[in-house]
Design a protein around this ligand. Structure first.
Ligand code: ADP
Length: 549
């Protein structure tokens, strides 16, 4: 019988290694999730940045066109140029009001200003960004007053209105939607903005109705935060922005980008400096979908590894059992073979010392003993040699119709005559059909079952044979009052060489071939055999035989 502990440990080790693989896979999946998430967020950040640049461009274009309408010739404004530490300051004057713009000498076209400031100004308008146009805007608004109803007045009004409505989120929404659509992303947009910074503190949120777009992998929130005091540093402004973001009830995993849209070249915020804030919720479903193949692959691979391990474990268990069964068989068979050989040897030895003519009686006893022992030996060898033949079905049946009831009764009668135990065999025959089978093999089957019943019972053996008709054949049950078969071994008793381990230490002879022979014969007849009731009070074998072969 197999030793339990080593196998148990192999199983424990297998389970541990599978668990380790599962944990490692889990860690790997979590890592790759984090990487995918970071990548997705970086992509979204890039898109949002693009959206902001696009918005700047849109605004710059609009402002440029409007300003070109207002500033049409050099008489529309006066200007002065001052030195300042980093470059020059251009002042514009309409006689009532002063405005100025600063340009860094290292990066600006200062020479052009000296030659013709108007040309410079107009050229600047055609290639400056929106934030660069801002000082020019502040210089031009209100420089000249145009007559009411004139196209200049209309353009000036439009320019003023345009800057005052800088928080108009439609521009921004359009820029974001277009950028996302171009990148193949979709979303539901929501616009937030604050009238001025003091509203951020008091959390007075003015919330326009949400803008909806088809299909929503994520939810976007974007807003424009107007600036307030131009003396505030950018750092201070960013802190303010952060506290604003914190106050938003937006998932912590949202991606934010922000940009003050009107800070000047020195990053000093001047006048009303609105800040654009865009935020997009991380699209988890999209990340999940991206990872699905990896997750499925891992699960399938794990299942596969688990299955392989299980098959390996079972094979090892089976091999181990087979090795133990083989050992058992060899020790059984050597014992079984040795007995008749020794007896025959003794008989032949005896013959040496007997005068054949003087003592014919003794001589014939010795001869009979030797012959019967050699016959027994030969029978055993035959059985062993035939067993694989029976198992593989490579033998022929010689079926005939015969009276099964008579056969059962005569076997029962002869078995009851056996002297080693007190044996009673009862036969109840209720079947009405004839049996068409190989008589000799069927006889062996029944004798084998009765022989086992006697072997594996106490001294008073009671065997009940029942035979009845079932659909398309007969069913025979052989029930004894013996020691039974422990549940854990019931699945193996029909295996070649298998013997239930002798737990009580009673040495019952046998080499585990009887039941495998019985099964082979029954199956060759197209029938089946199995255990019926089986417990401490006895064992029942039930086999069925079809009516015809
Ligand atoms: P053997 O009897 O030579 O060992 P078998 O193939 O006939 O081999 O039986 C296999 C095993 O099944 C036996 O070793 C025995 O433990 C068990 N067995 C068979 N028949 C019975 C029975 N009637 N009662 C209890 N155990 C049985």
């Amino acid at each position: 019988m197999m030793r339990k502990y080593p196998m148990k440990w192999i199983l424990v080790l297998m389970c541990l290694s599978i668990t380790a693989v599962v944990i490692l896979q889990g860690i790997w999946l979590m890592d790759s999730y984090a990487v995918s998430k970071e990548k997705k967020q970086a992509d979204i950040k890039k898109l949002l940045d693009v959206a902001l640049i696009e918005r700047d461009r849109q605004l710059a274009d609009t402002v440029r066109i409007l300003m070109q309408k207002v500033v049409r010739n050099k008489n529309d404004f006066g200007f002065r140029i001052f030195d300042f530490t980093k470059g020059i300051q251009i002042g514009f004057n309409n006689g009532i009001d002063n405005s100025y713009a600063m340009y860094d000498a290292t990066s600006r076209d200062t020479l052009a200003i000296h030659k013709d400031p108007h040309v410079f100004f107009v050229r600047k308008m055609s290639d400056l960004t929106f934030s660069e146009l801002k000082p020019l805007y502040s210089a031009t608004i209100g420089i000249n007053s145009y007559p009411d109803g004139s196209p200049e007045k209309a353009a000036q009004m439009k320019l003023t209105y345009f800057f005052h409505s800088i928080q108009d989120t439609t521009y921004l929404a359009n820029a974001v939607i277009r950028t996302f659509a171009d990148a193949g992303q979709s979303f539901i947009g929501k616009v937030r903005w604050y009238k001025d910074l003091s509203d951020i503190y008091t959390k007075k949120v003015v919330q326009p109705p949400p803008i909806k777009k088809k299909s929503a992998a994520s939810r976007e929130v974007f807003g424009v935060i107007p600036g307030s005091d131009d003396k505030q540093s950018l750092g201070y402004k960013l802190d303010l922005l952060q506290s604003y973001i914190d106050s938003l009830n937006v998932s912590k995993d949202s991606v934010f980008v922000s940009k003050p849209i009107l800070n000047d070249i020195n990053d000093v915020l001047r006048g009303e400096v609105p800040t654009v804030l865009l935020s997009v919720k991380t699209p988890y479903t999209a990340i999940g979908r991206q990872m699905l193949t990896g997750i499925l692959g891992s699960v399938i691979a794990l299942l596969f590894v688990g299955m392989c391990m299980w098959v390996m474990y079972n094979t090892i268990v089976k091999q181990k059992q087979l090795a133990e069964i083989k050992d058992d068989f060899i020790s059984n068979i050597s014992h079984e073979l040795k007995t008749p050989i020794t007896t025959a040897q003794a008989a032949v030895q005896g013959l040496k010392f007997v005068d054949l003519n003087q003592n014919p009686g003794k001589t014939s006893i010795y001869l009979r003993t030797a012959t019967s022992e050699i016959q027994r030996l030969s029978l055993m060898v035959d059985q062993i040699l035939n067993v694989s033949l029976y198992e593989n079905g490579g033998f022929q049946l010689n079926p005939e119709g015969f009276d099964f009831k008579t056969m059962l009764n005569s076997i029962a009668d002869s078995q009851q005559l056996r002297k080693e135990k007190q044996i009673s065999v009862s036969v109840r025959y209720e079947a009405e059909t004839d049996v068409f089978a190989d008589k000799l093999h069927m006889q062996n089957v029944v004798v084998n079952l009765i022989d086992n019943a006697i072997k594996y019972s106490a001294d008073a053996v009671s065997i009940a044979i029942n035979c009845r008709n079932v659909a398309n054949g007969i069913q025979v049950s052989v029930m004894d009052n013996g020691i039974g078969i422990p549940a854990e071994f019931r699945g193996f008793i029909f295996d070649k060489f298998f013997r239930v381990p002798d737990l009580n230490g009673h040495r019952i002879k046998g080499y585990g071939l009887g039941l495998s022979y019985v099964k082979a014969i029954i199956e060759k007849h197209g029938g089946s055999i199995g255990l019926g009731r089986c417990g401490e009070s006895g064992t029942e074998f039930i086999f069925t035989l079809p009516e015809s072969l």
